[in-house]
Ligand binder design. Structure first.
Ligand code: DON
Length: 593
């Protein structure tokens, strides 16, 4: 969420002994041999939801819980649970309600990742509902004749939009995992769209920020601006009658109500008229892909998180593997933070270099998420010195960030969902096809539009994340379950590239016994390999820690904003106590019922 300072451009003298670099390079070399790339995409086995001989969580939770970024969305989920729905029905209700009441962040025009755990048989899976590139997309579509990125072309307007995945996820969740028909789980969202919700400060701020783009899309302007094109007052009712009709089409016909018929035709006509490249076939062929979640282990905790095409789980597990070689409680607080930063640096570097859509690229994941690889990475970490990122072989970069949303659900049977969904930047592409009420995403910007050119989150990538027809862009979303013999945490957050470091810190804090409320409140620090800067929230580092980290060679930058909107549920098996907490940086609500 935090706009960041400019990337450091000056080369600094290396602080570290060449031996460490050589050792590290040797390991990278091992990971990069062609044979490694020839292996099938990774994914630890997870279907049983029980690895490492851990006991399964208790059969019945004393209580269910929902944490989401806005009270009306948490309440929509609760309403559906009260109607007899399970966590998966509630996930549909919460997602759809968020599409209405948090239109900046996710919606029918976007996509995301749903991590599911079914308690009856321990089955775990990830629904990949990530947007896919249209079939007519091409690698250099956002570059000019000279090969330079065309300003904002992957972030604004219909050409920036990939084919949405969220409506397909609704049908998939309801049909395969839910107990209720879509008509029931979408009812609260339809009502909210029709009756309106009172404008609140965060959405008002986003409208102000994106006003020019919204004005370019008459239907978006009609919903989010006054008749005079001004930003509405706080408390003004935002009604979305066209969105209500589109939601009703999905409620009645399932995904076909969105990917076919009148809604699809309206979207394709207007996207193409506006310079986009969607076809009806792109929409009709969209499918949710069920993928095995990424599974890791950290000091006996089972970490279950998003697998590619999100980098979220890989990077969190990569960083935790590195950290598992240290006793973080045996060192002073500055050293602890230094080690966490060094783990972040390496995990984000691997993200940039190796990851992409598993259906298009071979990735050395079996290596990246192993203990041996982490041991190799640790050989390049000194406990008293920062390692400049330009000492790691990789890619070049710069900064920035905005919106997305996460929710966590646990039902009274112990079923659970961690869902992170998005339209990418505030209001996505800002484009709303007429008569649909659907704001289209700008997720094409999550591709590496040119090797080494940073995206909106200053993330860099290479060929692994290059644009290709029907490919899904690499995400940082990290819906995650952390399970120890004592209890469970369901966690996730928006924040673009910051998601990974937030979930990493949240996991470390949970392992240290922190409550859900303290985990979401925790002041955060972040390093993403490039730019080579530790971005920290005010209050996350003490003066003493700042001096110590600077003395180690870290470049520190206090962020000008708070970032993240984390939604956490914890469940203590011994006491049955369930806690749901929403990040105090936002206005969300954690409900335990
Ligand atoms: O998939 C991703 O990683 C991004 N599209 C997420 C965007 C995001 O979290 C914006 N939030 N602050």
């Amino acid at each position: 969420m935090s706009p960041r300072g400019e990337a450091p451009t000056t080369q600094r003298a290396p602080f570290i002994h060449p031996f460490f670099v050589m050792a590290w390079l040797a390991l990278v070399g091992v990971a990069a041999v062609p044979r490694a790339f020839g292996e099938a995409a990774p994914v630890a086995e997870a279907p049983s939801g029980r690895l490492h001989g851990q006991p399964r969580s208790p059969a019945v939770a004393h209580k269910g819980a929902i944490a989401s970024a806005y009270p009306l969305a948490s309440e929509a989920g609760q309403e559906v649970l009260a109607k007899g729905g399970n966590a998966f029905d509630a996930a549909v209700a919460v997602s759809a309600a968020l599409a209405v009441v948090e239109p900046t962040s996710s919606g029918l025009g976007g996509g995301g990742f749903y991590l599911l755990h079914r308690q009856a048989d321990g089955f775990e899976t990830m629904l990949d509902a990530r947007e896919k590139a249209p079939a007519a997309a091409s690698r250099n579509m956002y570059l000019d004749q000279a090969g330079n990125p065309i300003d904002r072309s992957s972030r604004e307007g219909p050409l920036a939009a990939a084919i949405p995945g969220e409506p397909a996820a609704f049908e998939y969740l309801a049909r395969k995992f839910g107990k209720l028909p879509l008509r029931a789980s979408l009812a609260p969202a339809i009502r909210l769209a029709r009756e309106g919700f009172p404008l609140y400060a965060r959405v008002q701020g986003a409208i102000r920020y994106k006003r020019d783009e919204l004005l370019r899309s008459p239907d978006a302007a009609k919903v989010f601006l006054t008749a005079e094109g001004a930003v509405p007052e706080l408390g003004a009712l935002i009604k979305q009658p066209d969105l209500a009709v589109t939601l009703e089409a999905i409620a009645n016909q399932g995904a076909k109500g969105f990917y076919g018929g009148r809604v699809a035709q309206d979207m394709v006509n207007s996207v193409r008229a506006g310079g986009g490249i969607w076809t009806l076939a792109d929409l009709a062929s969209y499918r949710v892909i069920e993928r095995k979640p990424l599974v890791g282990d950290y000091h006996g905790a089972r970490i279950v998180s998003a697998s590619p095409p999100s980098s979220g789980g890989v990077a969190v597990v990569d960083a935790l593997n590195i950290l598992s070689g240290y006793d973080l409680h045996a060192v002073d607080s500055a050293t602890r933070k230094h080690l966490v930063i060094e783990a972040m640096r390496r995990a984000y570097r691997d993200r940039a270099v190796y990851l992409g859509d598993p259906d298009f690229v071979k990735m050395p994941l079996p290596q990246i998420i192993t203990a041996d690889y982490a041991a190799g990475q640790r050989t390049s970490i000194r406990t008293d010195k920062a390692m400049p990122s330009d000492m790691l072989p990789g890619i070049e970069s710069e900064p920035m960030g905005t919106d997305t949303t996460h929710f966590s659900v646990l039902d009274a049977d112990g079923n659970r969902v961690a869902g992170t969904i998005s339209i990418n930047l505030f209001f996505g592409s800002g484009y709303m096809p007429p008569k649909t009420g659907v704001l289209l995403n700008d997720t094409m910007d999550d591709f590496s539009i040119k090797s080494g050119t940073p995206n909106a989150f200053a993330l860099v990538g290479n060929a692994a994340n290059a644009i290709a027809p029907n490919k899904r862009s690499l995400s940082s979303m990290a819906p995650t379950f952390v399970e120890t013999p004592k209890g469970l945490m369901i966690i996730g957050s928006p924040g673009g590239s910051y998601i990974i470091s937030m979930v990493l810190l949240g996991t470390l804090n949970y392992m240290d016994g922190m409550s859900a409320a303290d985990i979401v409140k925790y002041r955060r620090y972040h390093h993403q390999y490039l730019p080579d800067v530790v971005d920290y929230e005010k209050g996350s580092l003490t003066e003493a820690e700042i001096s110590q980290l600077q003395a180690m060679g870290h470049q520190l930058k206090e962020g000008s904003r708070l970032w993240g909107n984390m939604e956490v549920i914890t469940w203590d098996y011994a006491t049955g106590k369930v806690q749901a907490a929403s990040d105090p940086r936002g206005e969300g609500e954690g409900l335990v019922y």
